[in-house]
Design a protein around this ligand. Structure first.
Ligand code: T4K
Length: 408
């Protein structure tokens, strides 16, 4: 299908997709196997509290990542909260602002101040130089985020943490199945946290896990995840309820079994996007290191509005008009969301790269819910819109003026 300028919905045509094309559609895996597992679970009448599926999932993840301990949890946000607490973090902790809000909230939720470091424009992860600048006497730790599954500058962060006596952990929500210098993500810092949310590479509907090689930390986290119970009627620690249930673990196991297929699809889509968008002025695709293992779960564009002729937000309007629901992760940055915006109104002055990237980044649909024809259509919409940027600009500016008049 060739998309001409008069076909563009923003210029009066009909949307190319009659139904929404989402970023983050879950991968389903082997449905029959999942239902079989649900039946087993129902027959067993064991639905939660360290059931056999949870134990199997933990063992298989630990083996795949090559870590000593895996503690499955209800989601990555609670997993972050528990890990932060188990590590004894207090005062201030340095995190990127360019992350999902959960990274910052997991700290603030327990009265620890997230101090936002800037990012490296190449890796989109914490810039070690900025981390150094943010350290104060109140700093107790650093949380690096492997955004898009792209590993942080791990050695540099390790070196700072060691030299300054700080704890180091990683939010690896995006990075299941990824490696750094040949070693699987999950082995770095004191602990790493994966997300198995529906939109993630490995999905358990909702879920997450903490992985660590530290025996003591692992047993503390396990206790905290189950109210501090060390056996019936015996609470030996403060805890919460972070448990993964059996239905989630059944989905997690089924998803784990289809990961090779999912990564093959993601990789093919990533290569197709790279090919079909290649050479478009002002459009750069985030590229993954082919020497490492990678899940290719995110297709990330960076739009330079001056060169492209349309800003990221304008291009997004074009795509949404076609029912292509591209996303602006992680706009506008945690520091410009509440409560941080009110707490630290000037934080942005220290975050030029975060501000720049969050105004330029656009995530496109991938995964098993889209096919090669969908991707070609998405790419053609982008090409046609940019080739007719002045007309598109005109329509969008007129819309803004009309909206303003209506508001006055
Ligand atoms: N750290 C980082 C770096 C993270 O990115 C995240 C989560 C976390 C920590 C916390 O992990 P969890 O506590 O969630 O385990 C989505 C996800 O909800 C969120 O898990 C994820 N990061 C973030 C990057 O993306 P939203 O605000 O985009 O959610 P939502 O509901 O708009 O879903 C995204 C898209 O997926 C939609 O376009 C629709 C589609 N979708 C979603 C669901 C749930 C489906 O098609 N089917 C579905 O079942 O945050």
């Amino acid at each position: 299908m060739k998309v001409q300028s008069h076909d563009l919905a923003i210029l009066g045509g009909s949307p190319v997709f009659p139904e929404s094309l989402h970023v983050g559609r879950p991968n389903v895996g082997d449905r029959a196997r999942l239902l079989e597992r649900f039946n087993d679970m129902l027959d067993r009448r064991w639905f939660s509290n360290n059931g056999p599926f949870v134990q199997e999932l933990e063992q298989r993840i630990a083996a795949m990542v090559g870590v000593k301990h895996c503690i499955a949890m209800c989601n990555a946000t609670v997993a972050l909260e528990i890990t932060i607490r188990a590590l004894g973090l207090t005062g201030e902790v340095i995190v990127p602002s360019f992350t999902f809000i959960a990274t910052a909230h997991a700290l603030q939720w327990q009265q620890i101040t997230p101090v936002f470091g800037d990012i490296d424009p190449v890796t989109h992860t914490l810039d070690p130089k900025s981390v150094e600048e943010m350290i104060t006497p109140r700093t107790s730790g650093i949380i690096g985020v492997h955004v898009w599954g792209q590993p942080c500058r791990i050695e540099a962060l390790q070196e700072i943490a060691r030299r300054r006596g700080l704890a180091l952990m990683f939010d690896a929500a995006h990075a299941f199945g990824c490696s750094y210098h040949g070693q699987m993500i999950g082995n770095f810092g004191s602990a790493e946290v994966f997300s198995f949310h529906a939109t993630k590479f490995l999905n358990s509907f909702e879920g997450g896990a903490v992985v660590t090689n530290d025996d003591e930390l692992a047993s503390q986290i396990r206790l905290m995840t189950n109210f501090g119970f060390a056996g019936y009627d015996n609470v030996i620690y403060i805890g919460t309820n972070g448990k993964m249930n059996e239905a989630a673990a059944a989905m997690g196991l089924t998803s784990l079994e289809s990961l090779d297929d999912v990564v093959a699809v993601n990789r093919r889509h990533y290569a197709q996007y790279a090919r079909e968008l290649n050479g478009l002025p002002g459009v750069t695709m985030f590229s993954y290191d082919e020497r490492e293992r990678c899940n290719y779960q995110y297709v990330v564009l960076e739009i330079d509005g001056t060169q492209a002729g349309l800003s990221r937000d304008q291009l997004m309007e074009v795509l949404w008009a076609e029912n292509i629901l591209a996303r602006r992760y992680f706009y506008p940055g945690c520091h410009r969301m509440e409560p941080y915006r009110s707490y630290f109104p000037h934080a942005g002055l220290m975050l030029p790269e975060t501000n720049r990237l969050s105004s330029r980044v656009l995530i496109l649909p991938t995964g098993t819910a889209v096919d090669a024809a969908d991707i070609s259509t998405v790419c053609q919409v982008i090409q046609t819109a940019l080739a007719h940027a002045p007309e598109v600009q005109d329509v969008l500016l007129r819309r803004v003026m009309q909206d303003q008049e209506a508001a006055d």
